[in-house]
Design a protein around this ligand. Structure first.
Ligand code: HEC
Length: 48
């Protein structure tokens, strides 16, 4: 699987808790960046 979820999916598949947490944080940051960029900063994806 490619794209923004690839790091998260592989970390989850490998049962790598720390990597999965970091990958989730990075993915979430990408989501937030785009929402800010499109003028919708109120769309917030909650953390863990
Ligand atoms: C390429 C830019 C972009 C990316 C990347 C992006 N979003 Fe969005 N997102 C949008 C836009 C634009 C809207 C508003 C769509 C609308 O108003 O119809 C939206 C809306 C949403 C909404 C609906 C919010 C509401 O109150 O209506 C959710 C939930 C959401 N995004 C989650 C995510 C998640 C989770 C991710 C990351 C995995 C993500 N988005 C990544 C552009 C993006």
């Amino acid at each position: 699987m490619n794209g923004p979820f690839s790091g998260l999916v592989s970390a989850l598949g490998a049962n790598e808790t720390e990597q999965a947490t970091a990958a989730y944080a990075a993915t979430r940051q990408q989501c937030a960046s785009c929402h800010v960029a499109v003028g919708r900063p109120s769309i917030v994806i909650s953390g863990l």
